[in-house]
Design a binder for this molecule. Sequence first.
Ligand SMILES: CCC[C@H]1O[C@@H](n2cnc3c(N)ncnc32)[C@H](O)[C@@H]1O
Length: 483
Amino acid sequence: MELRNKKLTVDEYRAIRAEIIDTWPTGKDVDFEEAVRYHESIPEEKVFSKKLIRAKQEGKTLIQPRAGVALVDKHIELLKFLEDQGGADLLPTTIDSYTRQNRYEEAERGIRESVAQDKSMLNGFPAVNHGVAACRRLIENIRNPLQVRHGTPDARLLTEIALAGGFTSYEGGGISYNIPYAKSVSLEKTITDWQYADRLVGLYEEAGISINREPYGPLTGTLVPPCVSHAVAIIEMLLAAEQGVKNITVGYGQCGNLVQDVAAIRSLDELAEQYIHAYGYDDVAITTVLHQWMGGFPQDEAQAFAVISWGSAVAALSKATKVIVKTPHEAIGVPTKEANAEGLRATKQVISMLADQSLAITPNVQAEIDLIKAETKCILDRCFELGAGDIAVGAVRAVEAGVIDIPFAPSRFNKNKMLPARDHEGAIRILDAGGVPFSKDILDFHRQKMEQRAKFEGRQVSFQMVIDDIYAISKGRLVGRPR
Ligand SMILES: CCC[C@H]1O[C@@H](n2cnc3c(N)ncnc32)[C@H](O)[C@@H]1O
């Protein structure tokens, strides 16, 4: 089928469903009408979309961890621990890497080994292998709404099973779960496959069941300029809205400079509202999520808590609707449930202390908001041009042309020409724009910011700054100074 940003007809959806639903035996348990009735039985306090809308109305920032283990009972135990001992407002189910690659045979082996070893031998919850009834056991044993978090280029079967299983929120997108996650998967294919996932959410919406969708904001989580992640978030939001999605959380990965990060969340909220209405989707509820620092973390747990707390402060001050929480085990790997709960409690403490404060939009914050919006517009305008008005086609061509260029992405389709680095105050600036079509005055601004840092550090603007910045936070600072 020729790629186009057009709502799938029910027949087109059904034809694809027939191709994928039996790629693992658990697909046969999915019955859409029965699943709608199941969702109707889920109490309101466990519906993700409703809790997000209420939080935004009340100006609250909700806290949510990442978490996933191989076996159902252990995963339930983990989720209950995180809501009871961690105070999580929203719960995740992080899916394991085999499932993300549609390697269900290996996930099955991982389940068997986890039983044999009595420990999780997978780095997440293999929802496809466990199936619909097992997913429903999760929902029935926790108090808070539950979201699937993963990194799956072809998530069609996972979406069918997870949504029938009672999950009320679903992360991912055709760009954000391809370019940062895969090496050789065609962008045209993943955008097409994610149109299917979004169309299924649209079918639930048409049946009266609201499912929240969350494009994956941080992308590679390594010095990603706000305009780059905003452009991808806006595109995936528009693609989802076209398929009938009505509740969308757009996201951003904290970069570290307070003014830039607050401006990033504020500009993301404004851009999302602007574009969702400009393209005629007037009944879509928009919320925002800040991901606490996604780059390298300090090994030392006290320093890790400082990074977690800084991300919590920025989430509260920027009035993000929710914050994705890190743990003091980030530098090590999959956290223990205790460490995960500690990250949540540290976050909750900061969010609570800042609950009734906000950062005044001072002239320097407003200037940063205006800059990010102008940069994002440069990228999106070109995407629409390249697609002759079709943003799905435009996105594919934009990546091919380096107009969308996600720094440090593994995908061989990503140009990897645009180079980011921090300026003297730690804000992410553009060292080399590559093929990203910024206007001259924007390029001049970034060059001037980088020269200012170079002058302060007594060295030339160079790629070494990029390398120094990648390691800086794990070494205890924000800007990668030369000594
Ligand atoms: C965007 C994904 C990277 C982040 O996702 C965390 N992550 C991955 N898998 C699990 C898991 N099974 N349980 C708790 N956190 C998990 C990593 O630590 C990192 O922060």
